[in-house]
Design a protein around this ligand. Sequence first.
Ligand code: FES
Ligand code: FES
Length: 153
Amino acid sequence: MKLEINGKSIEIPEAWREARLLWWLRDGLGLIGTRFGCGVGACGACTVHVDDAPQRSCLLPVSSLEGRRVRTIEGLADPDGTLHPVQQAWIDESVPQCGYCQAGQIMSAAALLESEPAPDDERIERAMSGNLCRCGTYARIRKAIRRAAEAQS
Ligand code: FES
Ligand code: FES
């Protein structure tokens, strides 16, 4: 039973098959950029891409992912280190405060711009509405998404 994580084919160990993806990533594979917030799909801190779509890894049983492609925040930049346009925009706009929610925010934003390169404000609002930030960085997040969209155009 295999799946792909950040471009590498990985065998799913028997012991992790019934676990949720978030915990295999963090505790099994050491990919700790994906965060635990609520554990019930309500905050977005654990967002990863599954076959390019944003998904809540705290809800996904590892066993449901056979043959799928998972991308985490660790796999978002190019292999040569070039940052994804969303990551670059996050730096340029100094988005994070405490940073806890930001990997999930970035993964949701990247999935949006990869499927819709020029989303309007309403579309951005809808795509990001499930990612919560206790520090209230929402205005900078929206600004950074618009900046990344412009950089890509
Ligand atoms: S930890 Fe998964 S949505 Fe909150
Ligand atoms: S930056 Fe602190 S929770 Fe979002």
